[in-house]
Design a protein around this ligand. Sequence first.
Ligand code: FES
Ligand SMILES: [Fe+2]
Length: 350
Amino acid sequence: MTTVEARETVDPFVPERDSRWYRAMRHFWHPVAYSKDVAEGQMVSGKLLGERILVVRHEGTTRAFMDVCRHKGAAPSLGWVENGCINCPYHGWAYDMEGTLVSIPSRPELNGILQLGLVRYLCRESSGMVWVSLTDEPWGDPPGIPEWDDPIMRWQTPPYYDWATSSPRRLENFVDFSHFPFVHENVLGTRDKAQIEEHDVWREDGALRFDKVFVEPNVDRMKEMLGIDEDTMSVRNWYQLTVPGSISLVRTFPNGKRYALYMVTAPTGPATCRNFWHIGADFTSTADDMDFLLEFEYMVLDQDQPVVESQWPEHLPDRLSAETYVKVADDITLAYRKWLFELAEELEPN
Ligand code: FES
Ligand SMILES: [Fe+2]
C-alpha cells in the first residue's frame, strides 16, 4: 500500500469548507425566502453559504444584497425602508435600491462623495420563492414546479425548517427509498418488505428522474378524501430532482388524483441547510384536509431529522469512494452524487 492510499484510508475527508461541491454551490441559484414573507417596502434576512443576505421588496420587485453595512458591519435588514432607501439601524446610513450609499446622517457633507455600496446579488422570484445567486453567471435557472400553475391544485406553503446537516445530505434523505421501513416503519414501509426492486434513474431535460409504484395502506381519512374504499392502494411516485437541491414528487392515486410535495434545500453553511417546501393536492376540499396532509409530513420530518443529523461528516465527502453504495437501493444517491460532483469539477476546476 502506498503512503497516499494509507492516508486516504485513515482520513478520507477534506475540511468541509474546502469541499469542491461546497465551493461549487456558489454557482447555483438558491432560495433564501418565501415570496409571501417579503411584503412591499419590507426587508427579510436570510443566509446562504455562510453569507448574510438581505432581501427587500421595492415597487413589487425583490432585490438581494449582502446584509452587511459598509460602515461597521451591522445588518441593514434590522433597519427600515424609507423613501426608496434601506436604512441601517446602527448609525442610519442609507442605501438606495441599487445598493449605493446615499446618506451619512452624522456627516451629511460626505453624501455622494463617499463612493460605497452594499454588495448586490442576482435575485429572482419563482414558484413562490425568492432565489439568489452569489455569482453573476449562475448555472441554469431556478427550477420551476410543473404543477404550480395548475388551477386544480391547492397549494400550501409551510414555514421553512433548518436542519443541522449539509443540503446534499438533506436532499438524499428525501429520495432514499431503503430507509422507509426503518425510519418510517409502518408509515411509509414495513421491515418485511425492506428489499428495493429495480427502478430506472435517468437524466433528462436538466433533471434526474425516477418513478416507483408503492403499495401503501389507505387510511380512513384518505379513503374519505380520495373516494377510494380499498385498504391498500398502488400509488405512483414520480420524482424530478434538479441539482443541486430541489426535488418534486408527484403522487398519483389509482383514481388519478394527485398529491404533490416540493422541497428545495439551500446550503446556509457547509453543515447546515434551510429547507423550503410546498404541498399541493387536487382532492382536498377544506383547510382541515390540507392540515391532515401537513401533519403527516411533519411526522415524517420528525422521524427523519435526528437520523439525518447524525450522519458524519455532516457535509458530503468529496470522494465518491468515501462511502458505500449498494446496487439498486442506492442507485439514486449515486446518480445524484455523480452529477453533483461532475458539475463541481466543471464549475470549480481547481
Ligand atoms: S454600521 Fe451601519 S450605519 Fe453604522
Ligand atoms: Fe424519510
